[in-house]
Each structure stands twice: as structure tokens, then as C-alpha cells.
Design a protein around this ligand. Sequence first.
Ligand code: ADP
Length: 286
Amino acid sequence: MPMTAEGPISTTTPTRLDPLQPQRARPTDDPSAGGDAVKIDVRNVSFWYGASQALWDVSLKIPARKVTALIGPSGCGKSTLLRLLNRMNDLVPGARIGGTIALDGVDIHDRKTEVEILRRRVGMVFQKPNPFPKSIYENVAYGPRIQGIGDRARLDAIVEDSLRRGALWNEVKDRLDQSAIGMSGGQQQRLCIARALATAPEVLLMDEPCSALDPASTAKIEDLIHELRSSVTIAIVTHNMQQAARVSDFTAFMLVGKLLEHGPTEQIFTRPTKKETEDYVTGRFG
Ligand code: ADP
């Protein structure tokens, strides 16, 4: 599909993302995603930062309520692809995309798509924990407040539920009014996950969420990913092969801007079809 930085020129007949009626999963079954329902369908996506092309004709089906890991050597385009899934690259000057990305069958670049609604449905957690310089409570309540939820009892319930889902509640329940900046790095990252969960996203994008953390904190985040996979679709970028093998159901291997191979994680790690994949997962390069 042709697109410009000003906006996509859709060649499909898009369905509107209705802000009042967030479309819950109406995914389609697809055998290439292991028979699982497809939540995000990336089709023939190419991407340019100005004159520099970062992605070449990438097609990837991300199954609902499963964990998909994006792996590959540094600079191969993992983060670029991840950021495209909730249009985080929209703000990059000169950025241009070709191809389509559909969420529950709806083109996310359709003119009528409201980016705020899209980002609420497709939340993101970054490499470096980035809590706001506010209290623990206010970090989690931030998104729901923006959504217009002002009722204190309702906010309290959302904050507690999100912190529980972020595996942080027991550690912070007695100090919700303290600044998030005083927390450890691992706690800050779980807070950022809880903050993302507070707007009830259907998809969570995680860009190397453990690379700044110690092994104990990493293990907690990995446990959390296991817990969340029953309710949220997760796409995670990781340079850690063991982590990809531990946490993901599907793995996509990228190399110099192309998606070389995609399949069930067990198959990618034990019976890859491409020599480059085998070399990478066995640590021969990267
Ligand atoms: P990975 O996540 O696999 O390390 P990235 O998606 O970060 O790879 O980068 C892919 C390519 O795009 C690299 O060549 C990188 O230098 C380039 N790139 C990433 N972000 C930008 C940007 N904001 N502007 C220009 N080039 C970028």
C-alpha cells in the first residue's frame, strides 16, 4: 500500500476503530500462526527513516494471547518493527511506511484511526524503565485519568488491580503515595508494566524490557509475562536467546531489515529452516 509521511493512502476498505466501542478480539484464524487467532497482521511492510530503508517487505502474523519474540542482531530492525505496531514511529521526521498493519482486521494507518485509542489498545514498555516523577499511585492512575475516570473508588480499584497484575502490589501497597523514582530498577519496570496495564490494553509491546535489569528482576518480569499471556497478546524484542526461548510461543528472526524466519519458538530454536537462523540461535554471530 502506498503511503506518505503525511498519511497512508489506503487501498483497502478499512473499518473504523470506534473510540466508544473498542473492538475486542474479532481475530481471524490463520494456520500460519499455528492455528491461533491473529491479533496483528503485518503485511509486506517496508519502512524508511528518510532515505535510509530499515525494513524490507516484512510479513508477520502475531497470534492473540500468545507471546511473540522478535530476535536478531543489533540494528536488524526489531525495535523499528515493534514501534510500528502502535505507530510510535509516526513522530519520526521523514519516516515513511509501505504495506499494511491490521489490528483485529482493521488497518491501523487508516485516516480515521485515532492514535490515542490505538495506543491504549496496544501499550508499550521500553528498555529503560521510565516512570513519571510522580507517586506510585499517580503513575498507574495516569492513563485511566486521561480516559476520563475521576471517581476515586474506581481509580483505587484499577490501581490495585494493575499493580497486582504487574506483580508489584505486595511490595508497594503501603507506600502508594511515595515517589516512583525511589524504587529499584526492577520495581520501576514492573510499575511501567502496571501503568501500561491500567488502560486494559489488548496488546503489550515490550522493547528489551529486561536489558537494564539484574537477573532476579529479570526473572520476575519473565514470570509476569507468563502470567499475562492468558489475557494479553505480547510482542517482545529481546537480544537474549535464552529469554526468547523461555518466554515466547513464537519467534521471528530478523536480519538486516528482513524477516528471515518465523514459527513456533521450539521449532526456531531446534529445527530452524534457514542456515542464518541456526547460526544466530546457536550463538555463531550476533
Ligand atoms: P534493532 O532494534 O534490531 O537493534 P532498530 O530498529 O533500532 O534495530 O534499527 C534498525 C535500523 O534503523 C538501524 O540501522 C538504525 O540505525 C536505524 N534507525 C533506528 N532508529 C532510527 C531513527 N530514529 N532515525 C534514523 N535511523 C534509525
